[in-house]
Design a protein around this ligand. Structure first.
Ligand code: ADP
Ligand code: MG
Length: 426
């Protein structure tokens, strides 16, 4: 009896403690770090200890032993300092990636040049920081690693993220004719995605000559794609992230060059590199493409997980959708990424019915965005997204639904039958 009372007493003390411990640990990221050099490991370790949500689970001074350390400590993320021996460190990243594909890896090196970053990312690192690491950058990187890990459970990328690397979801938005609604969709989808605190979303305006995503969001950025392209050789993640301008919604924007003559600075191969780094920095990327199907547009589409082809119920637009699909289907892996989004559905001047459009295109219409001239134009004139200007509008709700579907958050709704108008084309 005495024994029982004593046990109950100890349990009473322990239960709140265990609960407190569980509560504290559930938001903590357990980190394992490897750096053979004491002189760099110490400051990095101290910096990590300064991040409230980080729990230093294991520390290792030999690349060779670290795989065992990771097996035993099963950390939430690992930090690998590359500079003692780049070759061994990259081999280790590769080995960790093969064995623990969902393990987020942060690589750290004083060599923040493009080559080192790419090598680390290609080996499997999800983040790269240039040493000496700054606390603010480290905290942001840890935050992104956390969302990478939750993303690997299926929420980032959802149905479309075919890359299986738990990386970002890249969505290109291209139009089937001028003024079809690409920028409106890109801006509002981007802002909708950015609402999720687990995501960090960026919009890149690749309509290099006539883009207006900055106007739609009323942002006056310090840097544009031209600055990024000019510095492409010494581009690292921090530089790139600082070049993007943040909107109140949480969406980051990389705008098109301001000066027309600077468009020539943005080469196709630059874009490949910029997209590669952006993919490693943001959970979601939205590209607002031009309507000219330039090499830049094609590169962006090839590097995307989803290509949204925006159409309207007009003969010219539908005809162009058929032509574009025909070209894309010729390239392996491209055609199947395309999703047709019908914009301005319900507009009085529709020339063709939804059924007829779908029949002509020969591919299902993935999403319908209702026509709402007042909401759209009002938002554009005010330089704000629909979530600010007309949060209850059908168009806004539809675009939030589209953003959710792209992120795999909701099952894709079947296309509802459009009410046929008197002027329907049959
Ligand atoms: N769903 C919609 N309902 C009503 N107007 C729309 C809709 N989508 C776009 N618009 C309007 O169409 C015009 C062109 O849109 P925009 O997004 O700039 O097209 P693009 O980028 O393809 O040239 C803008 O005035 C915009 O307000
Ligand atoms: Mg546009």
């Amino acid at each position: 009896m005495v024994f029982l009372i004593r046990e109950l007493y100890t349990l009473q003390v322990r239960i709140p403690y265990v609960f407190w411990w569980w509560w504290k640990m559930k938001d903590v990221q357990r980190i394992a770090i490897v750096d053979p050099s004491d002189s760099t490991r110490e400051p990095l370790r101290n910096l990590l200890l300064g991040v409230e949500t980080v729990w230093l689970e294991a520390e290792c001074s030999r690349y060779e032993f670290f795989i065992d350390v990771a097996r035993q400590s099963t950390p939430d993320a690992v930090v690998i300092a590359l500079d003692s021996d780049h070759h061994k460190a990259l081999q280790l990243i590769q080995q960790l990636t093969d064995e623990f594909p969902n393990m987020p890896i942060l690589a750290v090196s004083a060599r923040g040049d493009g080559q080192s970053i790419l090598q680390a990312l290609r080996a499997g690192a999800k983040e790269f920081l240039t040493a000496p690491v700054v606390l603010e950058d480290l905290m942001l990187a840890m935050q992104r690693l956390r969302s990478t890990r939750s993303g690997s459970n299926g929420d980032i990328g959802g149905t479309f993220n075919g890359n299986h690397r738990g990386e970002s979801l890249v969505v290109s938005i291209i139009g089937s004719k001028g003024g079809v609604g690409c920028t409106s969709l890109a801006v509002n989808i981007g802002c909708a995605i950015a609402q999720d605190p687990n995501y960090n979303a960026a919009l890149v305006d690749l309509d290099l000559a006539l883009g207006d995503a900055d106007v739609a969001l009323d942002l006056i950025p310090d840097y544009t794609l031209a600055d990024v392209a000019m510095n492409v050789d010494r581009l690292d993640m921090q530089f790139l992230r600082r070049s993007l301008c943040k909107h109140d919604s949480g969406l980051s924007l990389l705008p098109h060059p301001v000066q027309m003559e600077d468009i020539a600075l943005v080469h196709d191969e630059h874009l490949g590199r910029v997209i590669g780094l952006l993919r490693a920095s943001y959970s979601h990327l939205v590209f607002d493409l031009s309507k000219r199907f330039t090499p830049t547009d094609w590169t962006a589409m090839r590097m995307s997980d989803v290509v949204i082809l925006v159409a309207q119920l007009e003969l010219t637009s539908i005809r162009n959708v058929v032509r574009v699909l025909h070209t894309m289907d010729k390239e392996e892996g491209l055609g199947e990424k395309v999703r047709i989004v019908m914009n301005r559905v319900g507009a009085e001047d529709s020339e063709i019915s939804l059924e007829k459009a779908q029949e002509t295109i020969g591919k299902p219409i993935f999403w319908q965005v209702p026509n709402d001239y007042r909401a759209m134009l009002g938002a554009r004139n005010a330089g704000v997204p629909l979530m600010t200007h007309a949060p209850k509008s059908k168009t806004h709700l539809s675009l939030v639904g589209l953003a959710n579907a792209l992120c795999g958050k909701t099952p894709v709704e079947p296309v509802k039958k459009e009410r046929r108008s008197f002027f329907s084309f049959r």
